[in-house]
Design a protein around this ligand. Structure first.
Ligand code: PLP
Length: 401
């Protein structure tokens, strides 16, 4: 396994049969240019040392590993959190956005372009673009612009240009198409920055490499705290960036079990969940091959999750590979278990988690009950401040939870 990061992906961007660049030829040529620049620039001393400075002084890394004493004593086994909610801007996403925008700067690009659904990627991109002094265009479906208004305002305060997309369903898919279209009009001067370990090569590799810091830090911190490695590591899986980030630190440790948690939503009926690996099949979507939730003719199925950051019809190709190889197991948490975990962490530890991250907390609580002598480390991918209004409207303040 020690050459894993050199071998996966291969030069064509494949993790076993998954990944690749399933895009039109003109876009493929641009993706190859980004890949070549990435291989060259990301290994340079200047790039590495500047990113290290940013991690420390701007983002506030390393984020702590925290032992949940109260929750653990109630449940049995020991639960630990890697506190990505304390990363600047409140989630893990800034880890890869700072890397992507810095790469754009080193490549001499004049502007960065991205899509956003719920707005979290847009906010992280706007933050990174402000830091590097680059203009930033964020494409967002008109429906999402209305639904996620506070995030639109955040992006605008940070200086980003939010462009509503008014055709089709006016949500994430159309936003992705519009962002790619804008990028292809001027690939010399602009850079497209994707929001997770998805899309055509080299994005799944680049985003993974920028998120790997989470796993590397967590492994060292956990060892220092406890003198051993955790029995298990878990993270929620939407596109898969926060999960791959923490898993990367432990892939070589065969005794550490890895669990990715997919959103089961309202249940296992199609349209009620977004569990691409649990219920999907291998297929091609958005330029890469992976497990997907698609109709027989290739149309993406409707998906649902209580966490807007997890409702995606596919998952990063490296996760598909890690699933087939058996190294990572993929499990689910439904809305009810997730909201119980949301309130439990808030009440018993004083930490309000993002609803996305609460899926992983729900699995950790299950694991702790079943393994009274075990330990499990959760990637707490983000804080829940953004979810407060939604939670109170649908679930109250949890007094009866
Ligand atoms: C976007 C988001 C996710 C889902 O994205 P991944 O790429 O699967 O990590 C999870 N947690 C938080 C807090 C997010 O903002």
């Amino acid at each position: 396994m020690s050459t894993y990061f050199k071998d996966f992906p291969n030069d064509e961007g494949f993790f076993g049969p998954y990944g690749g660049m399933f895009v039109p030829d003109n876009l493929k040529a641009e993706m190859r240019k980004i890949a070549d620049a990435y291989y060259r620039i990301s290994k340079s001393h200047d790039f590495i040392s500047e990113l290290r400075q940013i991690r420390k002084h701007f983002q506030g890394r390393p984020t702590p590993v925290y032992y949940c004493r109260n929750l653990s004593e109630r449940l049995g086994g020991r639960i630990y959190l890697k506190r990505e909610d304390l990363n600047h801007s409140g989630a893990h996403k800034l880890n890869h956005c700072m890397g992507e925008v810095m790469l754009a700067k080193y490549m001499g690009k004049k502007k960065v372009i991205a899509e956003t659904g719920a707005g979290q990627h847009g906010v992280a991109m706007a933050t990174a673009a402000a830091y590097f002094g680059l203009p930033c265009d964020i494409y967002m479906g008109e429906v999402d612009v209305a639904k996620q208004h506070p995030n639109v305002l955040r992006m605008q305060i940070l200086g980003a240009n939010v462009i509503p997309v008014t055709h089709g369903q006016r949500t994430l898919k159309e936003a992705v198409d519009a962002a790619f279209e804008a990028y292809l009009k001027d690939p010399e001067n602009t850079m497209y920055c994707i929001g997770s370990v998805v899309g055509p090569h080299p994005f799944p590799m680049m985003v993974r490499d920028f998120q790997k810091i989470v796993g590397d830090e967590a492994r060292e911190q956990f060892l220092e705290m406890t003198g051993e490695l955790p029995d298990a590591v878990t993270a929620c899986v939407g596109g898969g960036s926060n999960a791959i980030g923490i898993f990367c630190g432990f892939l070589d440790d065969a005794d550490v079990k890895l669990y990715g948690v997919e959103p089961l939503g309202r249940g296992e009926k199609p349209g009620d969940h977004a569990a691409s690996m649990t219920y999907g099949k291998p297929g091609i979507l958005h330029g890469f091959k992976s497990y997907t939730l698609q109709e027989a003719d290739g149309t993406p199925m409707p998906v649902y999750s209580v966490a807007s950051g997890l409702d995606y019809q596919s998952v990063g190709p490296e996760h598909a590979y890690l699933r087939d190889s058996g190294r990572v197991q993929y499990v689910t948490a439904d809305d009810k278990q997730t909201m119980e975990a949301f309130f439990a962490l808030s009440r018993h530890e004083g930490i309000i988690p993002a609803i996305e991250s609460s899926h992983a907390v729900a699995y950790a609580m299950r694991y702790a009950k079943e393994h009274p002598h075990g330990s499990i480390l959760v990637n707490l991918s983000g804080r829940g401040d953004k979810d407060i209004d939604y939670v109170v409207e649908h679930f109250g303040t949890g007094t009866n939870a």
